[in-house]
Design a binder for this molecule. Structure first.
Ligand SMILES: *Cc1c(COP(=O)(O)O)cnc(C)c1O
Length: 366
C-alpha cells in the first residue's frame, strides 16, 4: 500500500508497562506504578462523588465546543473563552499543532531529551527535527534560538521539562520569546504547571497577549489526577486558536470528561494538598540521592530523574520484580538514570528501601 514513507520503521509510543501485565509476568499481587507521573492521590473526592451518582446519557454526542468546560477554564484563568482549545489530552493538541504547521521542507526545534510526542508527531508529518541538547539538564534557549532558521515553523519549550523536571526561568523565557521571529509558533508545554513553586518561574499567560505566536498547553492528566479522562487545553491568541480548530476532531472530549474536569477545577484545595505532599515526597528522593552521592536534576514536577550509576534497564527490571514500575533512562535519552514519579510517603519509602537493596546488589555502593 501507499504508506507515507516517514512511517517506515516508526513504532507506537512505548508507555510505562500496564500494571496488569507486570502482575501476570512476575506473579506479583501488589504493584505500584511510578512510571507515568499520574497523581498518586488520584482525583478530587468531589469527582468521585459525582461519578458515583452520574446520570449522563452517553448515547448522545458531546458538545464539541466544550462550552461549559470552556466557561469554567476561562473564568479560572481570567482569559477569553475564544483563547481556548480543548484536546483529548494535550497529546491531541500536540498532534493538532503538528498537523497544522509541519510538513516536508519545514523544521521544528525542541530540546533533547524532552517530551517524545513533539518529535514523534513531527516525524509523521515529514518535517525536519532539530533537537538541541539540554545544558546542565535545562533547555538551552540561546542554542535553540540559533537553531531556528527561515524554515522553522514550531519551537517547543517543555517547562518544566519531561524527563528532567527542570524549568527555564521567566527571565530566560522572556528573552527567548522576544527574539524568536514572530512567524514561528512557540509552544510552552506546561503539563506540570500546578507543581511548580520556584519563584523564577512566573505565570506565562500574559505572553499570549503580548506575542500572538505563543501558545500554552496545560492538562488535567497530571496534578488533577484525570489522566484516563483525556482532557488538555491550549491557551492562545484568538487567531491562532481559530486556525488550529479545524484540525481538531469534532468530538474530541467526552461528555463525562468535560463534566469531570469542571468539578476537578473547582476543587483547588485538593490540588494544594497534593502539591504540598509532593514537595515532601520529593525531599525523600533528594535525601536518598544526596546520601548515596547520586546526581539528580532539581525537579519542579511530580517526578525526578536521577542517576543510578549502573545500567538503568537492569534497575528498571529489578524494581519491577519487586513490584515497582518506573521508567528506565535508556527509553528517555538519559542512560544511567531512572525517572520515578513521586508517590505517597509510604510508596516512596518502600521504593527507596528496595532501590537501595538493588543498587547494593549491583555494587553501586556497599
Ligand atoms: C504527560 C504529558 C503530556 C500529555 O498529557 P495528556 O494531557 O495526558 O495528553 C504532555 N506534555 C508533557 C510534558 C507531559 O509530561
Amino acid at each position: 500500500m501507499k504508506w507515507k514513507q516517514q512511517l517506515n520503521g516508526m513504532k507506537a509510543y512505548q508507555p510505562g508497562k500496564p500494571i496488569e501485565e507486570v502482575q501476570r509476568e512476575y506473579g506479583l499481587e501488589k504493584i505500584v506504578k511510578l512510571a507515568s507521573n499520574e497523581n498518586p492521590y488520584g482525583f478530587s473526592p468531589k469527582v468521585k462523588e459525582f461519578l458515583e451518582s452520574d446520570y449522563t446519557n452517553h448515547a448522545i454526542y458531546p458538545d464539541g465546543y466544550a462550552q461549559n468546560l470552556r466557561t469554567a477554564v476561562a473564568k479560572h484563568l481570567g482569559v477569553k473563552e475564544t483563547a481556548l482549545m480543548f484536546g483529548n489530552g494535550s497529546d491531541d493538541l500536540i498532534a493538532i499543532i503538528t498537523r497544522a504547521l509541519l510538513y516536508p521542507g519545514v523544521n521544528t526545534v525542541m530540546a533533547n531529551p524532552s517530551f517524545s510526542q513533539y518529535s514523534h508527531n513531527a516525524e509523521i508529518e515529514g518535517a525536519d527535527i532539530k533537537q538541541v541538547p539540554l545544558k546542565d539538564g535545562k533547555h538551552d534557549l540561546p542554542a535553540m534560538l540559533d537553531a531556528i532558521d527561515e524554515n522553522t515553523a514550531v519551537v517547543w519549550v517543555c517547562n518544566p521539562n519531561n524527563p528532567s523536571g527542570t524549568i527555564v526561568s521567566d527571565e530566560e523565557l522572556s528573552e527567548f520569546i522576544q527574539k524568536v521571529p514572530s512567524e514561528v509558533l512557540i509552544v510552552l508545554d506546561e503539563a506540570y504547571y500546578e507543581y511548580v513553586n520556584a519563584p523564577e518561574f512566573k505565570d506565562t499567560l500574559h505572553y499570549v497577549n503580548e506575542y500572538p505566536n505563543v501558545l500554552i498547553l496545560r492538562t488535567f492528566s497530571k496534578a488533577y489526577g484525570l489522566a484516563s479522562f483525556r482532557v488538555g487545553y491550549a491557551i492562545g491568541n484568538d487567531e491562532v486558536i481559530a486556525k488550529l480548530d479545524p484540525v481538531r476532531a469534532p468530538f474530541n472530549n467526552t461528555i463525562l470528561s468535560q463534566k469531570v474536569a469542571i468539578i476537578a477545577l473547582e476543587d483547588q484545595e485538593f490540588i494544594k494538598e497534593c502539591t504540598e505532599k509532593n514537595e515532601k515526597g520529593k525531599k525523600q528522593f533528594v535525601e536518598f540521592c544526596e546520601k548515596h552521592n547520586l546526581n539528580y536534576y532539581p525537579s519542579q514536577t511530580n517526578f525526578i530523574l536521577f542517576e543510578v550509576k549502573t545500567d538503568s534497564d537492569v534497575v528498571f527490571k529489578e524494581m519491577m520484580k519487586r513490584g515497582f514500575i518506573i521508567r528506565s533512562g535508556n527509553a528517555l535519552s538519559s542512560p544511567g538514570y531512572i525517572r520515578v514519579t513521586i508517590g505517597t510517603e509510604e510508596q516512596n519509602e518502600e521504593f527507596l528501601r528496595l532501590l537501595e537493596e538493588v543498587l547494593k546488589e549491583q555494587g553501586v555502593f556497599a
